[in-house]
Ligand binder design. Sequence first.
Ligand code: ZN
Length: 246
Amino acid sequence: MLEAPPPPVVRTGSAGRLADTLAGILSEQVHLTIHDNRSTMISFRRREGRLYYRVHHMFLEAPETVVQALAEFAGPVRGRAAGERRRTAGTAIDAFVRHNRTRISPARTTPLRAQGVHHDLEAIYRRLNAEHFDGAVDARIGWGWWRGGGRRRTIKTGVYVHDSRTIRIHPTLDRAEVPEFYVAAVIFHEMLHQVIPVQSRNGRRMIHGPAFRERERTFPDHLRAKAWEGSHLAILLSPRHRDRVE
Ligand SMILES: [Zn+2]
């Protein structure tokens, strides 16, 4: 008997969105793990009717064509046409990885840069860890990278990578106009990803499930930070003056 497809779940995390998109293209249940490895950028395997992907976090911001290639790469291979599609998909993925190679972490021994011009991520992280987590969070934190190209309408302000226990904050937050309580709210959110396990519902992963959202709301500046982001998104989306090519 065929299993009924799980009901749609509203997702806010881009890992969830990517998993949903892949599941939609492939008409299969997809389990997605995001990693920060330096060598194998993507891998997949099928087990008990589910497709398990492991992909580097750079793919969270991959364009549609690359997501399509990710799906085709793991699609069933039967016949020459399918083999050809998989090779084409592999080529598209390789090109995307080459284009984004600056996002691959330097070797683990290289310290992350946490001290910005305006905000010291490490100091904020330590304060939050003491005040809200009894010092239980064990993560590294540093600024991420600017990605060139194109106007953007959304921005991924932070990312937590489980494999390396690393928090990266988007460097657009390192500005005088960005208040510290906002940076702290972003860091708090990423720290929560280590503390709140991913919830499963109907076999789907919810990285921002109810428990996560509930705990997130306990952050004293949660609403203030959301409101600030809502009215200052244009600042976050604009290049910093010193990064502009004049
Ligand atoms: Zn999140």
